[in-house]
Design a protein around this ligand. Structure first.
Ligand code: F0G
Length: 454
């Protein structure tokens, strides 16, 4: 395999600390065995997420200096709006402070008590907002999507037969909207194909159901369509972007992952949908020309979205992830395949077969990996689920530890260090113990929950 190559150079650096292992063990206990509760000064490789921590380009930084600061009618917003109109071919842009803010407003406006929201897979904040408004999330992924190891290149696809049947059984009036998530986060950053999105779009529009795209991880999905989908390999990223957008009614994104490091937006095709949401934007986010973002952030996203159209920019994450996945596989470490976007995903169930799901193997592995190498990953398994109303656990389909690769942040030698530490831990996996909650919050418990070893 060819080595992945950085198509950029590093001109601003930040010093890192690697504290001794005894101090790491102490810090992990103080953090309640929850990597979210670590202090970043104690972390060497922060691979918790790709959200808000991607590197900026010099052109983004330059644009931030010429932002137009005004409460209403800022030119920065109009530049942002016209870039989105150009790339997505949709007319209306509602700014929001981040992705979940978009989900709050979409759910409040479109989800009525008792309605369903079919999707290719849920995301934590999305599901929480839909449920808060009385809706039920229905995951209609394909069988391959839930296989840790598969040859399917588009594990983020929706099962369109299941969707057709679901619409028929429940009736379109009971479906708030259908949601497709680009670069499906919780199953390992796995893409959908353009062909699949086309089929989903046809089914929705045949029954007059809105198709909503969560484009937070669009850049990875674009890269994979270009690389893996035969019919589109000769199309530019820009053309593929336009094709995707043409199939959807509403697109929202967290700009913390797409385009920049802060912000978000809801992009809307029809005036009537725009009108339904704009009041809540002003209520929760801010005036319609900033929506909770600073004008500097808005400028950075505008440039970042344009840079997303450059294959040499969006390929860096997926290529590093593929390298890491392949190196771990060679050492026998169980990882999600094919390699996706966002990060490398370790299969904690097979890594730690001695820890039952009720003892959160992915949480235990994330904690142990920090102690092993100062590496901060994120639990994406049962701990990230909410309990059922009767108090029982919702056992996750997959127990994953996500080792995120913030875009253009780490060098290959740092990635090699991480690979080395994971392999060491795999060879000493019997040291890792299961976890139990000491303090368990009711909503999104994985963020603040405190645990201890059993
Ligand atoms: N949708 C997807 C697919 C996401 O991955 C995220 C965030 C959101 C929505 C919410 O956006 O954070 O700006 O409010 N994912 C982050 C992660 C938190 O670490 O995977 P947000």
């Amino acid at each position: 395999q060819a080595l992945p190559l950085e198509m950029h150079k590093v001109r601003i650096v930040e010093k890192l600390n690697l504290i001794p292992v005894e101090e790491r063990a102490k810090a992990m206990i103080e953090a309640g065995c929850n990597t979210f509760l670590l202090r970043n000064k104690d972390v060497f490789m922060d691979m918790l997420t790709d959200s808000g921590v991607n590197a900026m380009s010099q052109n983004q930084q330059a644009a931030m200096l010429v932002a137009d600061d005004s409460y209403a009618g800022s030119e920065s917003f109009y530049r942002f709006e016209s870039k989105i109109q150009e790339l997505f071919g949709m007319n209306f842009v509602l700014p929001a402070h981040q992705g979940r803010a978009c989900e709050n407003i979409l759910s409040q406006v479109y989800v009525k008590d008792g309605q369903f929201v079919p999707m290719n897979y849920h995301f934590t904040t999305t599901k929480a907002h839909i449920q808060l408004n009385g809706g039920t999330v229905v995951e209609l992924m394909t069988e391959e999507g839930l296989k840790i190891n598969s040859d399917e290149m588009f594990k983020g696809n929706m099962d369109t037969n299941a969707l057709a049947k679901f619409i028929k059984d429940k009736g379109p009036e009971n479906i708030a909207f259908v949601r497709m998530e680009a670069g499906t986060n919780l199953i390992g950053g796995q893409p959908f194909s353009l062909k699949n999105l086309e089929e989903v779009s046809n089914l929705c529009h045949h029954s007059n159901i809105l198709l909503v795209l969560d484009a937070s991880l669009l850049s990875d999905n674009l890269y994979f369509i270009k690389k893996r989908e035969e019919d589109f390999k000769n199309q530019s990223i820009r053309q593929i972007t336009k094709k995707i957008a043409n199939l959807c009614d509403i697109i929202y994104f967290s700009a913390r992952k797409l385009g920049s490091a802060r912000g978000g937006a809801i992009v809307v095709r029809k005036q009537e949908d725009y009108d339904r949401m704009k009041g809540l934007i002003t209520l929760y986010e801010g005036f319609l020309t900033y929506g909770g973002m600073s004008v500097r952030e808005i400028e950075a996203i505008t440039i970042g979205l344009e840079e997303t159209m450059d294959e040499n920019m969006i390929n860096q994450g997926p290529q590093f992830i593929e390298y890491m996945t392949n190196e771990l596989l060679k050492a026998g470490v169980p990882v999600v395949t094919p390699a996706g976007g966002l990060g490398c995903h370790i299969n904690a169930k097979d890594f730690l077969p001695h820890i039952p799901q009720e003892q959160y193997p992915a949480g235990a592995l994330a904690a142990a990996l920090y102690v092993t190498g100062g590496i901060r990953g994120m639990e994406r398994g049962t701990l990230s689920e909410e309990r059922q109303s009767d108090g029982s656990e919702t056992l996750a389909n997959m127990e994953l530890v996500r080792i995120a690769l913030p875009r253009r942040v780490f060098t290959l030698s740092q990635v090699k260090y991480v690979i080395d530490r994971i392999i060491w831990l795999f060879n000493h996996r019997e040291l890792v113990q299961g976890l139990v909650f000491e303090l368990e919050p009711e909503i999104l418990r994985f963020f603040f929950g405190r645990l201890t070893t059993i």
